[in-house]
Design a protein around this ligand. Structure first.
Ligand SMILES: [Zn+2]
Length: 216
């Protein structure tokens, strides 16, 4: 069968904007060029040409403006709304799941993390044990806190739970965090001194745990 010139380039199937809206599709395709001559898909929500949008996003001026907006109060509020939205949470869960699979931990670890409340900026240190550190982290993030893992270790000759209990026993001044949060006995004031003390204690246990156990 003889091909016409139009058939040489594979053409995407035509989907009108109305059809795309109806079926909840992100893109539609008319097959007609945009005002800059791109024959490309268009965004259903704003009718923008995808190629034009790409060029706009890649523009340094756009990038600078976007970076500035992200740093503004309005930008931060928007980010927070997104993080707490069903879509934001789903995307976060999916990305955490990928990360967790990649860094799958078979053994229980003892961890020290800093949790910061996004609303108040108040932070505290949390010491705990888990077999699924990154999963645990993703559970705790919940759109309201940011979390930094400061230290994690797989204990030797002792269970992680047991080591966690020992560390809680030797570390001073546990505190109730300022926001509603379960397991508050695992939380400590976030001061540079406290952080140093906790990291040193963890390191000490990491290095000489077996000797300490023998001496006990
Ligand atoms: Zn275009």
């Amino acid at each position: 069968m003889k091909q016409t010139t139009e058939q040489v380039t594979p053409i995407k199937s035509i989907v009108t904007r109305a059809e795309a809206l109806e079926s909840d599709k992100t893109f539609y395709f008319t097959g007609k060029p945009c005002k800059r001559g791109h024959v490309a898909e268009r965004y259903t929500n704003n009718a923008c040409c995808v190629e034009c949008m790409k060029a706009y996003q890649a523009n340094p001026k756009t990038k600078a403006k976007k970076a500035e907006y992200n740093k503004s109060d309005a930008g931060k509020a928007r980010r927070l709304r997104y993080d707490r939205s069903a879509k934001g949470k789903a995307i976060r869960r999916a990305s955490d799941a990928r990360f967790y699979q990649k860094h799958m931990l078979d053994e229980a670890v003892v961890y020290l993390m800093r949790m910061t409340c996004r609303d108040t900026g108040i932070s505290w240190l949390k010491l705990g044990s888990t077999t699924h550190l990154y999963h645990r982290r993703s559970v705790l993030i919940d759109g309201q806190h940011t979390i930094d893992i400061l230290h994690s270790m797989v204990p030797v000759e002792i269970s992680a739970r047991q080591l966690e209990a020992e560390l809680h026993a030797v570390l001073p001044s546990s505190l109730v965090p300022p926001t509603v949060f379960s397991g508050f006995t695992e939380c400590y004031a976030d001061t540079p001194t406290q952080e140093r003390l906790m990291l040193n204690t963890l390191a000490m246990y990491e290095v000489s745990l077996s000797e300490l156990l023998k001496a006990a």
